[in-house]
Design a protein around this ligand. Structure first.
Ligand SMILES: [Zn+2]
Length: 299
């Protein structure tokens, strides 16, 4: 008699486990990554075209890490709008990590997100991986692919307005679920209607400051996004096709703008790291000279 109730309880508990918000959804991240490769300069484009499939697959790896349970969550967002960071442009939050850590402590910083500093860390990994080509380091190719995909993921997240606000899923304004409706559902439903025109990429030289700038611009889009969702669902009791059509119509320019800017920034990030590494020649074929047998030192 009690068993069905137990199972209902288990099912309810499972469906209530909070799902990590994955910016742009898998489809969005892959769309951005695929298009960004087209914007790369001739010196490195062939390398990235050859590795395109792997990059497009790996760009969502950081979201998978969260599903596994690795503590990557804070790296995907910055919750602007929390009281301790003050009002726009949130100058109470030091941009320098050490100063921010000293002021707020690790617990607060992790709770509110670490995206700009994570971007800087992975950009450094990418720059060093590019430099590995100069000294013929082993694994330079696979490292460049790995860190290009990972660095790209975080800057792409920064372009999603709901990754730059403490009202990240609309709970504070009665728009619960807006996160996935915007970043996943709209792209899955309307990809063929999107008109993306990414500008020529500018090399990113300071990934931390670039991330803050992107997040501040994202934050300013939060209110219009919330308003569009409220208007689209007004008078309705479910998020049906009619709702999505209305929501898309209202936010299409914003969605196209943020996706296009994300494509340019992804390319700009890769170019910036490559330039800072001294513009090394990159190749997917790593030379492996025949090694000499080294005699074991005798006793
Ligand atoms: Zn993410």
């Amino acid at each position: 008699m009690g068993k069905p109730l137990v199972w209902i309880g288990v099912m309810v508990a499972l469906t209530c486990v909070p799902q990590p918000a994955v910016a742009w959804g898998t489809l969005g991240h892959r769309l951005i990554m695929r298009r960004a490769i087209d914007l790369l300069p001739a010196e490195i484009k062939p390398f990235f075209v050859e590795c395109r499939d792997e990059l497009v697959m790996r760009v969502v790896d950081p979201d998978q890490w969260r599903s596994i349970g690795w503590p990557d969550d804070p790296n995907h967002f910055l919750d602007l709008g929390v009281p301790e960071y003050g009002k726009y442009p949130f100058e109470a939050l030091p941009r320098e990590y050490g100063a921010a850590l000293e002021k707020f402590g690790d617990v607060v910083l992790r709770r509110n997100g670490l995206l700009p500093w994570r971007e800087a860390e992975i950009f450094g990994n990418l720059r060093r991986s590019f430099a590995g080509f100069t000294r013929k380091a082993p694994y330079a190719k696979s490292d460049v692919v790995l860190f290009s995909a990972i660095a790209s993921h975080y800057i792409q997240d920064a372009h999603q307005p709901l990754h730059a606000t403490d009202n990240f899923d609309g709970a504070a304004t009665g728009n619960r679920g807006i996160h996935a409706r915007f970043e996943r559902d709209l792209i899955e439903r309307f990809e063929s209607r999107l008109r993306l025109n990414p500008a020529p990429p500018a090399p990113i030289t300071n990934p931390r400051d670039a991330s803050f700038a992107v997040l501040l611009a994202s934050y300013q889009l939060v209110d219009p996004l919330i308003k569009a969702d409220s208007e689209a669902v007004a008078g309705k009791d479910q998020y049906d096709d009619e709702y999505f059509e209305k929501f898309f119509t209202r936010v299409q320019p914003m969605l196209e703008q943020r996706l296009s800017e994300s494509i340019s920034a992804t390319a700009g990030l890769i170019i910036g790291a490559w330039e800072q590494a001294g513009k090394p020649a990159v190749s997917t074929r790593e030379e492996r000279p025949v090694e000499k047998v080294r005699p074991t030192p005798g006793r």
